[in-house]
Ligand binder design. Structure first.
Ligand code: NDP
Ligand code: OXD
Length: 309
C-alpha cells in the first residue's frame, strides 16, 4: 500500500515524518521517487502536472493537500471514477480564521492608515465605528466561511454571508444565489471572499460587483486569484469605490515583481499563506480516510465534480 505525495513547498521531510509516525504501514513516496507505479493506491497532492495522475493504474483516492480542489478539477485528464477528497482540517480552518479575523480587524480599525501616520510622525486620533455597527459580508459559508463567521460573531460584528444554497446560521444574515447577491453586497462594508474557484465564481470580484458595495468598502480575498479581476481592483481603488484591499491570492503566483499591487498604498499583499495545511494534522485526516477505505466505509468530503467543489 503506497501513497504518492506532491507539495508546492520543500516540506516533504515533514510530511514523510508525519506519515511514518502515524501510519508506519503506509509507504510514503515523494513525487519524484514513485517506485513501482502499480503499488500506488493513494495520491496526496497539490497542483500535480496535467495528466500525470492518470498514469497510476491502481489509484483509489486522490486527496487534495489543500481545501481547494480547482488545482485538480482543472485537469481534463483527471482519472475518471477516482474520488477526489478535499482537505478539511482543524488547523487549516484555524489558520484561515486567524487570517480573516486579523485582516477584518485591520480594515475595521484602519490600521493601514495608522501605520502610514506613524511613518509620517503624525498624531491623528482616528476614531472607528463600533464592531456592532460595522457590516461584514462573507462570500462562501462553507467550512472556512462559517468558522470565520463564528470568530467575527464573538467580536460582535454585524455579519452577513452569501452561499449557493440556503443556510440558516445564528447571528449571520444569510443570502444565497444570484438573487441574494445584490442585497448581500449592498450591506457589506468589509467583504471577505472564501469561495471555491469554479466556473460560476471565476472573476466574481470585478467592477460590477464593486459597484454594488457601499462606496469606500474594502475587500479581503483569501480564496483564489482566479476570483479577482486585478485591473478592476486597481481602478476601484483609484476611483475611491474601494478604500483598501487585502489579497492573499493572485492571478499569477508568485506575484510578479513588477505588479502594481506590491507598492500600492492601499493594498496589503500576503503570499498565499492565509492557511497552509499542517503536516501532523493533515496527515491524520488522510490516514483516517485511508483506513476508512480499508474498512470499506464511505469517505467524507468527496468533491462533486459537477459543482466544482
Ligand atoms: P467549502 O466547500 O466548505 O465552502 C464553499 C462555500 O462557497 C459554500 O458555502 C458554497 O455554498 C459557496 N459557494 C460555492 N459556489 C458558490 C456560488 N456559485 N455562489 C455562491 N456561493 C457559492 O470550502 P472551504 O470553506 O473549505 O474553502 C473555501 C476556499 O478557500 C477553497 O476552495 C480555497 O480556494 C480557499 N482556501 C484558500 C486558502 C489560502 O491559504 N488562501 C487556504 C484554504 C482554502 P453552499 O454552502 O451552498 O454549498
Ligand atoms: C488551500 C490553499 O486550498 O492552501 O488549502 O489554498
Amino acid at each position: 500500500m503506497a501513497l504518492i505525495f506532491r507539495t508546492g513547498f520543500a516540506r516533504v521531510p515533514l510530511w514523510r515524518e508525519a506519515f511514518r509516525r502515524q501510519a508506519p504501514e503506509l509507504e510514503f513516496r515523494a513525487w519524484d521517487e514513485p517506485g513501482d507505479i502499480n503499488e500506488i493506491e493513494f495520491a496526496l497532492v497539490w497542483k500535480p502536472p496535467r495528466g500525470v495522475l492518470r498514469g497510476f493504474p491502481n489509484l483509489k483516492v486522490i486527496f487534495s493537500l489543500g481545501a481547494g480542489v480547482d488545482h485538480l478539477l482543472s485537469d481534463p485528464e483527471l482519472p475518471a471514477g477516482v474520488p477526489v477528497v478535499r482537505m478539511i482540517d482543524t488547523e487549516l480552518t484555524r489558520g484561515m480564521t486567524e487570517y480573516v479575523a486579523l485582516h477584518v480587524l485591520r480594515h475595521h480599525r484602519r490600521q493601514r492608515t495608522l501605520d502610514a501616520l506613524q511613518r509620517a510622525g503624525t498624531w491623528n486620533m482616528i476614531v472607528t465605528p463600533t464592531a456592532p455597527s460595522r457590516r461584514v459580508g462573507i462570500m462562501g459559508l462553507g467550512v472556512l466561511g462559517q468558522a470565520a463567521a463564528t470568530a467575527l460573531a464573538a467580536l460582535e460584528f454585524d455579519l452577513a454571508g452569501w452561499s449557493r444554497t440556503e443556510h440558516r446560521i445564528d447571528g449571520v444574515e444569510c443570502f444565497h444565489g444570484r438573487d441574494g447577491l445584490g442585497p448581500f453586497l449592498a450591506r457589506s462594508e468589509i467583504l471577505v471572499c472564501l469561495l471555491p474557484l469554479t466556473a460560476a465564481t471565476e472573476g466574481i470580484l470585478n467592477a460590477a460587483l464593486f459597484a454594488q458595495l457601499p462606496k469606500g468598502a474594502s475587500v479581503i480575498n483569501a480564496a483564489r486569484g482566479g476570483h479577482q479581476v486585478e485591473a478592476d481592483i486597481l481602478a476601484a481603488l483609484d476611483s475611491g469605490r474601494l478604500s483598501e484591499v487585502t489579497l492573499d491570492v493572485f492571478q499569477t503566483e508568485p506575484l510578479p515583481a513588477d505588479h502594481p499591487f506590491w507598492t500600492h498604498p492601499r493594498v496589503t499583499v500576503t503570499p498565499h499563506n492565509a492557511s497552509v495545511t499542517d503536516p501532523d494534522s493533515g496527515a491524520r485526516q488522510v490516514i483516517e480516510n485511508i483506513r476508512r477505505v480499508r474498512r470499506g466505509e464511505a469517505l467524507p468530503n468527496i468533491v462533486d465534480p459537477a459543482a466544482g467543489y
